[in-house]
Design a binder for this molecule. Structure first.
Ligand code: RRO
Length: 320
């Protein structure tokens, strides 16, 4: 069976890659993704200057079957990254043909001026096989509300950035929980021709996990508040993928992320409308071998169901 896909006009040998933030801050981690079964890779969200991020512990797995668990993770990294020049240099020396996979770059400017400087630098570098995913949804920088929950700010930001980026690009969205919000965000996205994909979803922002025995929060930043990821957010992710799949203009795509721990959840994301699938928490827990496993599992589900390619069932979820 064929797990290949095309995102923003660029081919991927299979639908799977890492979620921005997971296993992708520095070159040694990115190399492990290159060496893995992933069909692509994306870098940690970059800011103009390098950042240390929030105090540790700032990531905790939340096991299934324990109190305040549920299967997944809570994290508040606070945009720790090496600064955009590090990722621009990485992209400059990246050989798409040799690696056989394209490179996605995640950018998360702390201001519109910073975003303008970063996207301009990437546009001027004229990197082929390098695709920008602009992060509108980091929930963990104290004092910085998420752009993704301000429709007007998203629109004015896109009006400035889309022409500068020129090429097809994508945006990373937070989860939405109201039909009116799906409508409003899709209407903004549909205004921009080279906005080729939306990646749904970023972590479910500002959860709180508490350990029953110690009576302590599980992570240190923000009094324990952090973004939820992994199995417990699968259904919210599927809803967001499908809501945008149904609303986006023809030719625009959805990348699904949230709750993929095996081939089964990946299959559901594709049924909901995903054209590619990112893995965050499960990659953190299992490491890069996760990609070969989920590929095998998805292939075996497709074989049992008689599907030869992901297009055959993409977006075909049945309703009652
Ligand atoms: O660095 C983070 O804390 C972070 C980011 Br930029 C993001 O987009 N989503 C998230 O859950 N954490």
């Amino acid at each position: 069976v064929d797990l290949s896909t095309v995102i923003a006009g660029v081919p991927l040998s299979n639908v799977f890659f890492n979620a921005a933030g997971a296993w992708c801050q520095r070159e040694d981690e990115l190399q492990a993704l290159l060496d893995s079964g992933a069909g692509s890779l994306i870098t940690k969200s970059a800011t103009y200057e390098a950042r240390e991020g929030n105090p540790t512990p700032r990531y905790a797995p939340l096991a299934d079957g324990v109190i305040s668990g549920g299967g997944g993770s809570i994290s508040s990294i606070g945009l720790a990254n090496e600064g955009y020049k590090y990722y621009l240099n990485y992209a400059r020396q990246f050989d798409v043909t040799r690696h056989g996979k394209p490179l996605f770059i995640s950018l998360s400017g702390l201001s519109l001026a910073d975003s303008v400087k970063m996207v301009t630098a990437f546009a001027q570098a004229e990197l082929s096989g390098c695709i920008l995913e602009i992060n509108f949804s980091c929930p963990n920088v104290p004092g910085k509300p998420q752009l993704g929950y301000d429709m007007n700010a998203m629109d004015t930001t896109l009006a400035t950035l889309a022409p500068l980026i020129e090429k097809p690009f994508g945006i990373k969205l937070p989860p939405y929980f109201d039909m009116a919000h799906f409508d409003q965000v899709a209407a903004v996205v549909n205004k921009y021709d080279n906005l080729a994909f939306v990646t749904c979803i970023n972590s479910v922002g500002n959860g709180l996990a508490i350990d029953l025995d110690t009576e302590r929060a599980m992570i240190k930043p923000k009094n324990g508040f952090g973004g939820l990821g992994g199995r417990m957010i699968l259904n919210t992710a599927l809803a967001n993928v499908n809501a945008f799949y149904r609303r986006l203009a023809p030719g625009k795509q959805v990348i699904g992320v949230g709750g993929v721990v095996s081939g089964k959840e990946a299959f559901l994301h594709i049924l909901a409308g995903a054209s590619a699938i990112q893995i965050g928490t499960q990659l953190m827990e299992e490491g890069p071998p996760v990609f070969d496993r989920v590929k095998r599992e998805l292939e075996s589900i497709m074989e049992k169901k008689g599907y030869n390619s992901v297009e055959e069932f993409r977006g075909k979820v049945k309703t009652l």
